[in-house]
Design a protein around this ligand. Structure first.
Ligand SMILES: Cc1ncc(COP(=O)(O)O)c(C=O)c1O
Length: 419
């Protein structure tokens, strides 16, 4: 066994995100498994048709081959960056120029660079952290720090709504905005819950970040301006204290590994330099396909008119199936406001959801136990029972698989209560 460095030891761990990607990989290849676990986007027929036609025409014109046979610069494909800057200026009147945009190989790698750029040990010895104002938060952040304990996360307020629904809110009275906070970060819509922070919450976080002179990072992997998987009112916001992260993945192109970061010129330059060192340059095929969507004027309309209604319909269908099938005390669903997941809360469940996950996996149904999404919390909050009462399921599978998966979840939850 090799002795690895500190970096090696940290990144050689079998992280929650790696387990999730393994489950996704196994699930996709094992016949009969019902994959309610991973974050793969749905194969939306109209989007797949569009991508088929667009890539055939880009192949024909030679643009795709040119992208495959050349390196872009470390900031990413210039033509796409300029086209995106114009689109955002024209659509939202944002003061974005090409100097505010950099690309990465998927937004996951943008977060690795961003978090470690801003937080961690500073020259003056302070160990800076990223504040996640509302846990549960995206599992993919959890292990991204070069140092352990990069995050401070806060327990949310829970509002109980009619019809067995609930919604999380930021508890502004509990935010530890101490000296050691380097940035505030939220996913909007949130993975895992499908929560969309309200405009008011975003404005308050934005004001707090500006007061402290720290960036507000908004992870818009599912959000505005694209792919716009948001079923509630959410106004897109950017100025140069906001780091807005986007991705082509949830448009339906996760294999192209293209993340987009819109930030101040200083952060954009830093991400560009990191790209050069870590990967020479980001992949060029995503920008060519997305560039074609901008040129043909289809990027924002398809997000609004094809992608959003598709997911909204699937989410509503899944809620109806869940409410019909699951009949145990304390069952609640987080109000589905966006993203591609439902977040189920089994209040008072006699087993942890990690145990429930294992029992479901043994029966061929993959979900994600809620425990993974609560990290960076205080010791007191670590003992908060709610953490082990929730599961995340995606709702992108076909109707039949959804129904069978939900029936099995209902049976296992019922058994847990009976025993
Ligand atoms: C909230 C959120 N952010 C970022 C990512 C990373 O996505 P990608 O690296 O495919 O852009 C994901 C992936 O599921 C996500 O759910």
């Amino acid at each position: 066994m090799n002795a690895f460095s500190r970096f090696g030891e940290k990144f050689n761990r079998y992280a929650g995100i790696t387990q999730l990607m393994d489950d996704l990989n196994d699930g996709l290849r094992t016949p009969g498994v019902i994959m309610l676990g991973g974050g793969n986007p749905a194969a939306i027929p109209a989007m797949q048709d569009y991508f088929h036609r667009a890539t055939a025409s880009l192949l024909e014109s030679g643009e795709l081959l040119a992208a495959m046979s050349n390196y872009d610069g470390p900031r990413g494909n210039d033509a796409f960056i300029h086209a995106l800057a114009s689109l955002l200026q024209q659509t939202y009147d944002w003061p974005v120029t090409a100097n505010n945009i950099s690309l990465t190989n998927g937004s996951q790698s943008a977060f690795f660079a961003l978090f470690n750029l801003l937080a961690g040990p500073q020259r003056n010895g302070i160990q800076k952290k990223i504040l996640l104002p509302l846990a549960p938060e995206y599992i993919g952040y959890r292990d991204a720090g070069l140092e352990d304990e990069l995050f401070v996360a806060c327990r949310p307020q829970i509002t109980r709504l009619e019809g067995g629904m609930f919604k999380y809110h930021v508890d502004f009275s509990a935010l530890p905005l101490d000296e050691d906070i380097a940035a505030i970060c939220v996913s909007r819509p949130t993975n895992p819950t499908g929560n969309v922070l309200t405009d008011d919450e975003i404005h308050r976080l934005d004001a707090l970040a500006q007061q402290r002179g720290i960036p507000l990072i908004i992870d818009s992997a599912y959000g505005t301006p694209f792919p716009n998987i948001i079923f509630t009112k959410a106004t897109p916001l950017w100025h140069d204290n906001i780091v807005l992260s986007m991705s082509l993945s949830k448009l339906g192109l996760p294999g192209l590994r293209c993340g987009i970061v819109i930030a101040s010129e200083a952060i954009t330059q830093a991400l560009t330099n990191i790209n050069g060192i870590v990967s020479l340059s980001p992949g060029g095929m995503g920008p060519v396909v997305a560039g074609e969507m901008i040129a043909s004027g289809t990027l924002l309309p398809m997000s609004r008119e094809v992608i959003r209604p598709y997911y909204q319909h699937k989410a509503q269908q899944a809620v109806v199936m869940l409410q019909a099938a699951i009949d145990v005390p304390g069952f609640h669903i987080h109000q589905p406001q966006g993203a591609i997941f439902l977040w189920l809360w089994f209040e008072g469940l006699p087993i942890t959801t990690l145990t429930l996950y294992r029992r479901l996996k043994a029966r061929g149904v993959l979900v994600v136990p809620g425990e993974y999404f609560f990290f960076g919390m205080s010791d007191e909050d670590d003992n908060w029972r709610h953490r082990s009462e929730c599961i995340r399921m995606n709702y992108v599978q076909d109707e039949d698989s959804m129904r069978r998966g939900i029936e099995i979840i209902a049976e296992e939850v019922k058994k847990a209560w009976q025993n």
